[in-house]
Design a protein around this ligand. Structure first.
Ligand SMILES: [Mg+2]
Length: 252
């Protein structure tokens, strides 16, 4: 039998009452979700997010200061370093959980193994290793390499996934995930985007059913994957796809 679907506008009107959108709190990854990788948010996305009635929360592997820069100081909560540094929408720091010396040592040893197997020595001018406090990020071509270089380095993450398959990272407390467009994010096994999104929801006293997360890294091994099962998720391919899906959701 042919399935009958009603247009959205009819679905949301029940006995003449407009039903409110299910989600009150919108969580987003930054690179390739809210904004192009390492580039500022587009004005259209800024308008859509800043005019939304819902709470906006950005969860990124980046430093909170970088989130502020990249989002053009979007009024939102910033969960930097995969949520290991949280700043509320009022600018007040909620928590910051740094790595221990032993965790840093584990990570640096693995980065040395990966770096030794690269076709070229990472260019130190492009900041290949960044210790951000609650997370260490390693980009074989450099975290601050030109955007054109970064765009073509490993667009489908296959290069980085192969590197990890060849050189698995073993640590009692730390793990590595594919982050951003060219990097490996080393984060604690118990403090990733999933647990930190949950921590923020608990801190705010919100209902998980009213939260949704948009991200381009929801695939296995991606840094958004941990949010799956914590709250609803929407997979996007890039910031343009995210804009379109967000518009649809806000229109519903
Ligand atoms: Mg991303």
């Amino acid at each position: 039998m042919k399935k009958c679907t009603l247009p959205t506008v009819v679905k949301n009107v029940f006995y003449g009452i407009m039903l409110p959108m299910k989600y009150k709190h919108l969580f987003f990854d930054m690179d390739k979700t809210v904004a192009p990788s390492r580039q500022p948010i587009l004005p259209e996305m800024f308008s859509l997010l800043s005019e939304a009635a819902q709470d906006i929360i950005i969860v990124s592997g980046q430093l909170c200061e970088k989130i502020a820069w990249q989002s053009n100081n979007l009024p939102a909560a910033y969960l930097g370093q995969n949520g290991n540094h949280a700043i509320g929408p009022d600018g007040i720091e909620l928590w910051h959980t740094p790595l221990t010396d032993a965790e840093v040592a584990d990570v640096m040893a693995h980065i040395a193994i990966l770096a030794a197997d690269l076709p070229e020595v990472p260019n130190p001018e492009y900041s290949p290793i960044e210790n951000r406090g609650g997370q260490i990020t390693f980009s074989p071509i450099g975290n601050t390499a030109p955007v054109e270089l970064k765009a073509v380095y490993d667009p489908d993450a296959s290069k980085r996934l192969a590197m990890l398959q060849k050189h698995p990272f073993e640590s009692e407390t730390m793990m590595v995930v594919i982050g951003g467009s060219t990097s490996f994010d080393y984060i604690p096994k118990t403090r990733h985007k999933g647990t930190n999104v949950q921590k923020y929801i608990d801190h705010m006293g919100w209902n998980k059913e009213e939260c949704v997360y948009f991200g381009d890294g929801l695939y296995p091994g991606g840094n958004d994957e941990f949010v799956i099962g914590v709250i609803d998720t929407v997979a996007v391919t890039d910031h343009l796809d995210c804009y379109q899906k967000l518009q649809e959701l806000l229109r519903d």
